[in-house]
Design a protein around this ligand. Structure first.
Ligand code: AKG
Ligand code: FE2
Length: 332
């Protein structure tokens, strides 16, 4: 079945009730058939659900634990100290995002979470860092708390591990789109990848102030670590039912975003989701938003268009698209 036909079949199939768990054990398998089988599993998840869990993802538990501890340490600083790194003081969306600073759902009044946002930076500076760091408006220098000595290394350690995983996912997405495995290689060179550590206050205060309002992500895909044992993330299926996406030990969540949806003419689904924490305790998460290089034009991929499925979206530059969405979410 052609990709477009498979997408139509998925659109008329029943709404999903479950999010698939995909085992990435074969991601580096030298045998093409093993990688292709994985590509087929990814394709199914991408056209039906837009969300998947991955296990055997290769990020060491210890790397995750360090970033988790660093998050707890950072957020427990007094608010004045966190406000020294206020995201609104930077022009490139880096730093501390206080409670209610962002609003993901225009119908809501603000998001009940705090975050600390950062982007590409080598652990040890290298010659080309400056160029990379200045590639596009969401890049540029990070800001770091001055008095938490291990913080930068702990969160960047996780960041780089997750970026590696993201890079390995692109060939699978390419296979899922009937493209050569290296299709995305020259389009994700300069790491337009932003990340955030996040703490969700328990709530909600009222229906229009929840942890993270209903939204779609902006980039190609997001890799999300969620604190074990606390339910918060929910995903909207096409029956408009909210399906829980609980943390599953040993897995990460990967969900598709709007850059991919636009690029694939909605063959890949950018699925609406939100986070609500009613657990009674604060809940931590670490999303990593994997975008393409700033100047990539999101022209519909040929296997995703047909006479019956003409291009739905105007062609935009990947980075400009994300910048506009960020401005809207942060109101600046
Ligand atoms: O923290 C979560 O579970 C949701 C994260 C999310 O949707 C986002 O950061 O875009
Ligand atoms: Fe999201």
């Amino acid at each position: 079945m052609s990709l477009v036909d498979a997408a139509y079949a998925a659109e008329s199939a029943e709404a999903f009730k479950d999010i698939p768990i995909i085992d990435l054990q074969d991601i580096d398998n030298p045998h093409a058939e093993a990688r292709e089988a994985l590509g087929r599993a990814v394709k199914d998840a991408c056209i039906h659900v837009g969300f998947l869990y991955v296990k055997n993802h290769g990020i060491p538990e210890e790397t995750i634990e360090r970033a988790y501890s660093a998050s707890k340490e950072f957020f427990s600083l007094p608010v004045e100290r966190k406000m020294e790194l206020d995201i609104r003081k930077t022009s490139n969306f880096k730093g501390y995002n206080a409670l209610l600073t962002s609003n993901n759902d225009p119908l809501n009044r603000g998001d009940l979470h705090e975050g600390f946002e950062f982007g590409w930076e080598e652990l040890q500076a290298r010659d080309n860092d400056e160029k990379r760091a200045n590639d596009g408006v969401m890049a540029g220098a990070n800001v770091w708390p001055s008095d938490l000595p291990d913080f930068r290394e702990s969160v960047l350690g996780y960041y780089h591990a997750a970026v590696n995983l993201g890079r390995k996912m692109f060939p699978l997405f390419a296979l899922a789109l009937d493209l050569p495995e290296n299709f995305f290689d020259d389009k994700v060179c300069v790491s337009s990848v932003s990340s955030e550590i996040r703490r969700l206050t328990t709530g909600p205060v009222d229906d229009r102030v929840i942890g993270i309002g209903a939204h779609t992500d902006f980039e190609c895909f997001t890799i999300l670590w969620q604190e074990p044992g606390i339910q918060a993330l929910q995903v909207l299926n096409k029956q408009k039912e909210w399906i829980d996406a609980p943390p599953i030990p040993g897995t990460l969540v990967i969900n598709l975003g709007d850059q991919f949806a636009r690029w694939t003419n909605d063959v890949f689904k950018s699925t609406v989701h939100r986070a609500i924490n009613r657990s009674g305790v604060r809940r931590y998460s670490i999303p990593l938003f994997f975008g393409t290089d700033y100047d990539v034009k999101l022209e519909p991929i040929p296997s995703c268009v047909s006479p019956e499925r003409p291009p739905k979206y105007e062609v935009v530059t990947a980075g400009e698209y994300v910048k506009e969405r960020l401005k809207a979410a942060y109101g600046h």
